[in-house]
Design a protein around this ligand. Structure first.
Ligand SMILES: Cc1cc2nc3c(=O)[nH]c(=O)nc-3n(C[C@H](O)[C@H](O)[C@H](O)COP(=O)(O)OP(=O)(O)OC[C@H]3O[C@@H](n4cnc5c(N)ncnc54)[C@H](O)[C@@H]3O)c2cc1C
Length: 491
């Protein structure tokens, strides 16, 4: 059943990756459709509302949205900046506070301030701090010039594709400094030993440039992207998942939806998990040995998260994030809790809390669906909630007026986004997996492209960069340089 005229480009998934790619292609005069399986668009950026409170899911904060900085510039080109209401984090203080067992480290905004704070906290680590500071400055320049989108991108900073742990050990870095630097790799789901220096620095520099929170809800952010896409003539189809990617000969020529409708398109961008894309392709579209490698990729570790209201007078909103980090006998981080205290209404503030929660711990309920997972699952959720509350009380004191609004597990995310194991940041971009994780997009049949957090890197910065990179590959470097790159760099 085919009811729609063919599109030039069809995008599977309406997260920030899918919608940004859709806007970019629309700006280049492509006739574009974005197909979303859920009834509402926006993917992880959307968040949800419970008991009159907006709970964030995939965007708690993001970096480099200051004027002239990379995320802001990409949003400028997309034409969404004015519609995104934000507030800058930090104020006169830190953007992140790391609470270790034996010390507190305040992460300031700005690379110079960061290097100075490290120097003060770890005076014996001058060599390592100087090297990391130099790298971070290089990364900022590369980001600001969008060098990753130039034809020579793969040749950039090859020495930064080493594991962070070994890199720091090579400079006899102290355990304390390693722990502080390790936080950024841990929130990407990787210990320092597995995290490539490049990804660590990319994420950290983005936040050091400037850190921001949404003033409105995640739904407002999603609405900003949707409004722009539709204003450019894009078609958004929600509530009907793509089930098959169709080929004509060897090349892609459209998709089939769960309803049975077929939608034709010359190019298809999958802004969803690559393992799910494999299931949509006809047999033989991808060499079995390549498909096996992608299927074997490890996922980023699951998260358990909650939102609760607390008494605003007793627990004032904080302009920074709090990380409570516990170390093992060898000094490395073994456990971590993330907290935000956000301004609320009617004398209540919103406490957001998150901690790692491996999928394996929830696997026994893997065959269940939301609302019908049973009492054992509910008991486990309650136990995790209490663990997060107890850890919070170690920081904020007794939680006055605390009321749980909602909590979610890796199974919730798995079923909402249709990602394997509910992986929050998609496939793990560890050193071990880098060769496959970085190159799987090349395995696709002609006309099939990848965007979203698995294409290049997760987070707001990573997914936006991924969309620009994918569009560059689709339209070719010459047209990209003339019609997109010049706008990004202002040159
Ligand atoms: C708990 C959590 C906290 C996070 N915190 C932050 C943060 O503070 N800052 C930050 O920068 N990043 C954060 N991230 C990461 C960030 O949210 C993601 O990297 C980013 O939003 C991913 O966007 P995406 O477009 O790749 O995927 P998604 O937002 O997951 O979008 C994919 C979309 O595809 C749809 N889809 C799936 N299958 C199909 C199908 N068959 N047919 C049609 N549609 C389909 C899904 O329903 C979904 O809407 C967080 C992530 C999580 C989970």
């Amino acid at each position: 059943m085919e009811t729609k005229p063919p599109f030039d480009g069809l995008i599977i998934g309406s997260g920030i990756g899918g919608l940004s790619a859709g806007i970019l292609l629309s700006l280049l005069n492509y006739r574009v459709a974005v197909v979303e399986r859920n009834l509402l668009p926006g993917g992880l950026m959307r968040g949800y509302r419970r008991g009159g409170v907006d709970l964030p899911v995939g965007i708690h904060y993001f970096g480099s949205f200051g004027k002239g900085e990379p995320v802001r510039r990409m949003c400028d080109v997309l034409g969404v900046t004015e519609k995104i209401a934000v507030e800058r984090m930090g104020g006169q203080g830190p953007i992140d506070r790391y609470l270790f067992d034996d010390r507190t480290f305040d992460l300031p905004e700005g690379i110079d301030a960061f290097v100075a704070a490290l120097g003060e906290a770890f005076p014996a680590d001058g060599r390592a701090i100087a090297a990391v500071g130099k790298n971070l400055r290089t990364l900022i320049e590369l980001q600001k010039s969008f060098a990753f989108l130039a034809p020579t991108a793969m040749a950039i900073a090859p020495d930064l594709f080493a594991p962070l742990g070994a890199y720091l050990d090579g400079m006899s870095c102290s355990a304390g400094l390693k722990r502080v630097l390790g936080v950024s790799s841990r929130w990407m789901g990787m210990p320092e030993e597995e995290c490539p220096v490049f990804y660590h620095h990319l994420a950290l520099t983005s936040y050091l440039m400037s850190s921001w929170r949404l003033k409105g809800s995640g739904a407002d952010l999603a609405a900003a992207f949707v409004a722009r896409f539709e204003a450019l003539g894009g078609t958004l189809l929600c509530g009907d998942p793509v089930t098959e990617i169709r080929l004509s000969g060897k090349a892609v020529d459209g998709v089939r939806l769960a309803s049975g409708e077929e939608v034709r398109a010359r190019q298809v961008i999958a802004a969803i998990h690559p393992k799910k894309v494999l299931e949509m392709l006809p047999e033989g579209a991808i060499l079995p040995r390549r498909a096996r490698r992608v299927k074997a990729l490890a996922e980023t570790e699951g998260l358990f998260a909650l939102g609760a209201t607390v008494d605003a007078a007793a627990h004032p909103a904080l302009p920074y994030n709090l990380f409570r980090l516990h170390s093992g006998p060898d000094g490395s981080i073994v456990d971590g809790f993330f907290y935000q205290l956000l301004p609320g209404e009617k004398g209540k503030n919103l406490l957001v809390a998150m901690t790692k929660s491996p999928y394996a711990e929830w696997r026994q309920w893997a065959e269940t669906t939301t609302g019908r997972r049973g009492s054992g699952y509910e008991r486990e959720k309650t136990a995790c909630t209490e663990r997060l509350f107890r850890a919070a009380e170690g920081i904020f004191g007794s939680l006055k007026g605390v009321k749980l609004i909602d909590a979610y597990t890796p199974l919730t995310l798995r079923d909402w986004m249709d990602t394997p194991e509910g992986s929050p940041y998609g496939i793990l971009r560890s050193m071990q997996q880098l060769p496959v994780a970085a190159t799987f997009p090349r395995m696709a049949p002609p006309g099939l492209w990848f965007a979203g957090q698995n294409a290049l890197s997760p987070g707001v910065l990573g997914t936006l960069l991924g969309s620009f990179q994918t569009v560059r590959q689709m339209i070719g470097p010459v047209r990209f340089a003339a019609e997109v790159f010049t706008k990004l760099t202002g040159k």
